[in-house]
Design a protein around this ligand. Structure first.
Ligand SMILES: NC(=O)c1ccc[n+]([C@@H]2O[C@H](COP(=O)([O-])OP(=O)(O)OC[C@H]3O[C@@H](n4cnc5c(N)ncnc54)[C@H](OP(=O)(O)O)[C@@H]3O)[C@@H](O)[C@H]2O)c1
Length: 314
């Protein structure tokens, strides 16, 4: 029997009655097509019902195929799934939002989305080139559209009933606050890098106060070693509670009230990353007290995905 301390069934309510988000989500940032299909199928079989996709990942078609076959094989119905995808930076112009959304839905073989996110608050030059650059390699940004204008087009998608909830990704508190104030349909969720080295407590407090689901990506610090998976506090807790360091980090994320996205490629990893339960209070607090601070992903500052080298440590 599953109790309150078992996080496999934990779900976070989305504002305006737009459904519930399973706390444990599978990320599909997987470059290889076959590996994407396999990871999606493995995750469904392990029990994951929340899948995070993006136009930018170039594999929505493979995720869609795997969900279709997996739904049949696992006896799951569409309503049990929670599927997110994201509007890429080159589609911020309002007239490009609905076509981009429809193209993603088509690739995913779905007729509605649970959550659609603006992938980053940075608009790039509109067009089919996802990574537009000048002759010096500099990103070509688009100053002809504001984030609020893009958001208005996202609101229209909700009005038309094809998308249950909308939100933002790679957003900072200083950009989220004004958008929140001006929005007619308030963001239901934000997706940001977060883990014990980047807890983003202030952003989490704002989300809690406003009823916005905080969805953490890189909860394992992207699996980079040395890093969170080898942090002495994390490994000590893991040994104490008889779980793996990954399970401890995922439990910490859910226990502080966030949803999370992890990328597990193999069936064994998918089962491990879904078998998550609450930590004893003192273990939870010892992780919350870790002082190292490190942002792994520069996307929040530039709109360009990718990692930046290990930097600050306190
Ligand atoms: N919005 C954005 O800009 C943005 C940016 C980045 C990611 N995301 C989303 O967030 C998702 C998750 O991000 P992430 O992949 O960085 O998350 P993560 O879970 O922190 O890191 C995944 C890495 O950890 C390793 N790993 C997974 N389970 C493990 C386990 N049980 N023990 C040891 N290592 C384990 C994996 O290794 P293997 O490769 O060996 O399996 C993989 O390299 C992405 O797929 C994507 O959907 C969004």
């Amino acid at each position: 029997m599953r109790g309150a301390s078992d996080f496999r069934d934990t779900k976070l309510p989305l504002r305006h009655g737009s459904g519930v988000m399973p706390a444990l989500g599978l990320g599909t940032l997987i470059p290889d097509a076959a590996a994407t299909r396999e990871a999606t199928r493995n995750a469904l079989a392990a029990g994951f019902r929340h899948f995070d996709c993006a136009e930018r990942y170039g594999n929505e078609r493979e995720v869609g195929e795997a969900l279709q076959t997996g739904i049949a094989a696992e006896g799951v119905v569409r309503e049990e799934l929670f599927v997110t995808t994201k509007l890429w930076n080159t589609n911020h112009r309002p007239e490009r939002v609905e076509p981009a959304f429809e193209a993603s839905l088509d690739r995913l073989r779905l007729d509605y989305l649970d959550l659609y996110l603006i992938h980053t608050p940075f608009a790039f030059q509109p067009g089919d080139e996802q990574d537009p650059r000048d002759e010096h390699g500099n990103v070509l940004y688009d100053d002809g559209v504001t984030l609020l204008e893009t958001w208005r087009a996202m609101e229209n998608l909700v009005d038309h009933g094809r998308c249950r909830a909308i939100g933002l990704s790679d957003i900072t508190l200083d950009k989220l606050m004004p958008l929140y104030e001006s929005a007619r349909i308030k963001p239901a969720a934000i997706q940001v890098e977060s883990h014990p080295y980047l807890p983003e407590w202030e952003l989490l407090d704002f989300c809690n106060a406003k009823g916005i689901v905080f969805l953490a990506f890189a909860p394992l610090g992207h699996g980079i070693r040395p890093g969170l998976l080898e942090d002495p506090v994390v490994t000590a807790v893991a040994a104490r509670v008889g779980k793996t360091p990954a399970q401890v980090l995922l439990a910490w994320a859910v226990q502080r009230g966030t949803a999370l996205l992890t990328t597990a490629r193999t069936a064994a990893r998918a089962r491990e990353n879904f078998d998550i339960s609450a930590l004893p209070e003192e273990a939870f607090h010892s992780i919350s007290r870790i002082q190292t601070r490190e942002r792994l992903n520069a996307v929040v500052k530039t709109g360009v995905p990718g990692f930046i080298p290990r930097s600050e440590s306190a």
